[in-house]
Write a protein that binds this ligand. Sequence first.
Ligand code: FES
Length: 223
Amino acid sequence: MASSSPEPLYVPGEEPARHFGPDDLVWTAEEQQTIDGWVAQYPTADGAVMKVLWLAQEKFAWLPAEVIEFVADTLDLPRAKVFGVATFYTQYYKQEMGKWVLDVCTCFSCQLCGGYDILHYLEDQLGIKKGETTQDGMFSIQEVECLGACGSAPMLQVTNGPYVHNLTPAKCDTLLANLREGKLPGFESVTLPQDEAELDGNRRSDAEVIEQYVTPPVSATIE
Ligand code: FES
């Protein structure tokens, strides 16, 4: 199966490719009002940058250079600053993505539980490598850092939405088949066993008896 590779966002010394023109790069009155409300919540406009990038991604589907610049100009921030935020998070798309984006976690816990096997399995099934999109525009794969669901590793996230936990090749097959039919996985609540015997040597429940912290939890320091 053929794939498409992303073009780099910026090449030093070269003007980045433009995908949206000046007529596209405008907010509606309603969007501008929303942005003004966000900005008003913070001491400086920096505080609203993530929300405005998110709004821009919902509007334009991804964040090419001119959209990042548009967000920077909206907030009157240095473009480099907004570029830094947009490029730090895999949740902001710096390339055109497929309809379904599979964010496969290969951070510590997922890696130990076979995260790379899952990543490579999906790459093989879709005929693309991470960072690529299938030719039919249906799927993109990203390798991502911890998504905060280490207890159900290995896992992935679909298009900044639902998590799929405790992945196996069979579960990946089902996921791909469902997504091809437009069916997103539903929310799945995954809890860790709380019973000491069930934990099988994992002494997590001992957290209950800790009376002193080197760094106390924030909640313990609020008066
Ligand atoms: S390491 Fe994968 S969710 Fe935390």
